[in-house]
Design a protein around this ligand. Structure first.
Ligand SMILES: Nc1ncnc2c1ncn2[C@@H]1O[C@H](COP(=O)(O)OP(=O)(O)OP(=O)(O)O)[C@@H](O)[C@H]1O
Length: 257
């Protein structure tokens, strides 16, 4: 088991964004978190990464209770995420964006940084190789020196994934990775996420594009008004009456069946 969420609740003042939500994610799964707008999906990402403290509950990652530990320590342990809105360093090059992500894994201390020891030079060259390999994985080889803001939208989204992967996560959280993508970009994203899974990285994603979610995910949890409504395989979810009802009357691209 990679991630275990036990009775997670999160209140914002009087608003219960999450109430007693429990689910587990197995190693190597692509796991979908879906639900109508305001259901609590992004809040779940924010509590997993401890950007917001839990109100109650417990989060275990690879058997260790990580509830309450600092966000950067959670990254060090192997959980990385992307955001609903693109958060790249828009003025930096593609390669620099990936290298910045990898630096959180750097072991060089102040001494070796100042004197550029052999160890640090070796570490830099490994990071450079790693960054280039990740750019190849996401289909951005040859774009290393392009300034990030000059990339097409779908490429920027894939660069974000490369950056998240640069700190070698065991669990990757993707917040609406297909948002705003055209059909070709969505197809490329599907292939990329499958490749990430093949590398042994577990994926938890929030997504509104239902055909995409149903094709991609091994299992899915549905949230509605901060509570877990259902959990199962894409087939089970698409045929669940409560889920169908929760989605009726939402935006067209959000329709489940
Ligand atoms: N920082 C915050 N302060 C106060 N309320 C918040 C905060 N973040 C989220 N909420 C509230 O928590 C509830 C769940 O929001 P959340 O963004 O997690 O939903 P979501 O499922 O990700 O929605 P969407 O699909 O629209 O992104 C909403 O009622 C929202 O207004």
């Amino acid at each position: 088991m990679v991630l275990e969420l036990k009775k997670i609740s999160k209140n914002f003042g009087g608003i219960s964004a999450l109430t007693d939500v429990s689910f587990t994610i197995n190693e190597g799964e692509i796991f979908g978190l879906i639900g109508p707008n305001g259901a609590g999906k992004t809040t779940m990402f924010n509590v997993i990464t401890n950007m917001f403290p839990l109100t109650s509950g417990e989060i275990s990652f690879l058997g260790e209770n990580i509830s309450g530990i600092k966000p950067h320590k959670i990254t060090d342990k192997g959980i990385c995420r992307t955001y609903q809105n693109i958060r790249l360093f828009s003025q930096m090059t593609v390669l620099e964006n990936v290298l910045v992500g990898g630096h959180s894994r750097s072991k060089s201390g102040v001494f070796s940084s100042v004197f550029r020891t052999k160890f640090q030079r070796k570490e830099e060259s490994v990071m450079l190789e790693n960054a280039k390999e990740l750019l190849e994985l996401v289909g951005l080889s040859g774009f290393e020196d392009v300034v990030a803001e000059n990339l097409a939208y779908g490429q920027q989204r894939r660069l974000e994934i490369a950056r998240a992967l640069s700190s070698s996560p065991k669990l990757l959280l993707l917040d609406e990775p297909a948002a705003g993508m055209n059909e070709t970009e969505t197809d490329d994203l599907f292939t990329l996420i499958k490749k990430v899974q093949k590398r042994g990285i577990t994926v938890l994603l929030i997504e509104h594009d239902m055909p995409f979610v149903m094709k991609l995910c091994d299992r899915i949890t549905v949230l509605n008004f901060g509570k877990k409504l259902a959990e199962g395989t894409p087939d089970e979810i698409q045929n669940n009456q409560e889920v169908i009802e929760a989605y009726l009357g939402t935006e067209e691209d959000d329709q489940i069946a």
